[in-house]
Design a protein around this ligand. Structure first.
Ligand code: C2O
Ligand code: CU
Length: 483
């Protein structure tokens, strides 16, 4: 028997590249600064995907480059990039680069920052990511259905220096509502759901398919990037037998710290980078579970240890990611603002049937409720998705430091996202939030009051909305102007 070593070698190096073995020598040659920006094509199109695994029938989806999740885009911090996005759907779309601090005109909100990309047309996005970290991209037109049918992908901005981990791994978590035929269930924009926890589905995928066990080796150190692409599902993950360390939140490095109460909360649109030291025993399996919704816990996946002896016996010190160039808000001179979140079931706005003389009750029977307001921010409700005529709620003086207090005066959880800026998380319910945490999406429990602060250094009209997409489209959306 003869073995073609050339073939083996090339296949092996491909596998290594695919696994992102960060300890392998970085042989990449990056374009010199000042070189023409790299141009990447991205197509939004209908496709088929085997969400439930290879032995199940594929479902009709909408996807970037036909893939679920969309291609993982790897950029370099401080290097310009161009994305030529082509729309092969039969409806308008745009792309929002969630968490990237970019020029307003590149933010992807139809009617507010750009005209929508019409079917058959393209749009050129061009920006230079200032921050390294874990980000993502998704449409901002008819988001409920476009995101819900699969349009989303990870966007990784790499640090200039090598981060000393054995493997850099991405887990894109997403929730789907699959019907008996194996198709994505219609009925987006159900008013009853919109007034409650949103469209929570029945199938959770990891990197586009129902998760199998995750092969690991004892002693390895992983950088595990978790991203929640769900329309509505909040996750509370537990890692049996492990002690992961959070090193970044929404792409922004923080002081390394352990999980609070052993549980990791990950709302829609949020990202967490973990340092995961594999301290389990060779040959064993350890469960990773999600128990956010009472009585609806499930096993997400398992860490399946090989029989190999540990890669190392002593756990190295935690690492700290290099800081991003974020302007530090000056708390002595901040301008104060307040945002009050209201509405939903069990509120004055909805539960009492006080809105529009009973029209609400009529709308709640499952008919499409897109465009109806059941949530509000400071008493105003922008509904649907990006559109023209979105007047800013208030102005943020450019270059100044701002402190925004967000009060959740509802009975529901909300991951609140601000475009164009990352903010420092100062307090939650009066207590300082430790570990120097920055974010672009802030998860508020019912009745939570949080304070965030930032320097308004990025001019433009920036959306602020709940990332439970049903909440956003039913009124929990507004615009802040930096000028
Ligand atoms: Cu992830 Cu307004 O978006
Ligand atoms: Cu919400």
């Amino acid at each position: 028997m003869s073995i073609d070593f050339r073939h083996l070698i090339s296949r092996r190096s491909l596998l290594l590249a695919g696994a992102g073995l960060a300890l392998a020598a970085p042989l990449r040659s990056w374009p010199a600064r000042g070189a023409a920006p790299k141009e990447i094509r991205l197509t939004a199109e209908p496709a088929r995907a085997q969400l439930a695994g290879a032995d199940h029938p594929p479902s009709d989806v909408w996807a970037y480059d036909g893939r679920i999740p969309g291609p993982t885009l790897r950029l370099r911090q401080g290097e310009a990039v161009r994305f030529l996005v082509e729309n092969r759907l039969d409806q308008d779309t745009t792309v929002h680069w969630h968490g990237i601090r970019l020029p307003n005109a590149m933010d992807g909100v139809p009617g507010l920052t750009q005209p929508p990309i019409k079917p058959g047309e393209s749009f050129l996005y061009e920006f230079t990511p200032p921050d390294a970290g874990t980000f993502w991209y998704h449409p901002h037109a008819n988001s409920l259905e476009q995101l819900g049918r699969g349009l989303a992908g990870a966007l990784i901005v790499e640090e200039p220096e090598h981060i000393p981990v054995d493997r850099d791994i991405l887990w894109v978590l997403a929730d789907w509502r699959i019907d008996e035929q194996g198709e994505i269930a219609p009925g987006f924009g159900n008013m009853m759901e919109a007034g409650m926890s949103g469209r929570v589905g029945n199938t959770v995928t990891l990197n586009g398919t129902i998760p199998a066990d995750q092969p690991v080796r004892a002693g390895e150190r992983l950088r595990l990037r978790l991203l929640n692409f769900s329309l509505a599902r909040i996750m509370a993950l537990r890692f049996e037998g492990h002690d992961p360390v959070i090193i970044a939140r929404d792409g922004q490095p923080c002081d390394p710290h352990q999980l609070k109460d052993g549980r990791l909360l990950l709302g829609p649109a949020m990202r967490i980078d973990l340092l995961l030291d594999l301290q389990g025993e060779p040959g064993r399996r350890y469960r990773i579970t999600d128990g956010f919704y009472q009585g609806l816990g499930y096993e997400l996946t398992r860490l399946a240890y090989s029989d190999e002896p540990p890669l190392r016996t002593k756990t190295p010190e935690p690492i700290r990611l290099p800081p991003n160039p974020l302007p530090e808000p000056d708390l002595a001179s901040v301008e104060h603002h307040e945002l009050a979140l209201e509405g939903g079931m069990m509120s004055r706005m909805m539960g009492g049937g006080m809105i529009s003389g009973g029209g609400m009750m009529h709308g709640m029977g499952g008919m499409s409720g897109m465009g109806r307001a059941i949530w509000s921010i400071n008493g105003t409700s922008m509904t649907g998705d990006g559109h023209s005529g979105m007047a800013p709620l208030f102005l943020l003086a450019r270059g100044k430091s701002h402190l925004v207090m967000i009060r959740n005066q509802t009975a529901w959880w909300h991951p609140m996202h601000l475009h164009g800026l990352s903010f420092r998380v100062l307090t939650r319910n009066g207590s300082p939030v430790p570990h120097n945490q920055w974010a672009d999406t802030m998860l508020l429990a019912p009745e939570d009051v949080v304070e965030i602060a930032f320097v308004a250094d990025n001019p433009g009209d920036w959306m602020l909305h709940c990332h439970i997409t049903d909440h956003q489209t039913a009124g929990m959306m507004t615009v802040l102007r930096v000028a």
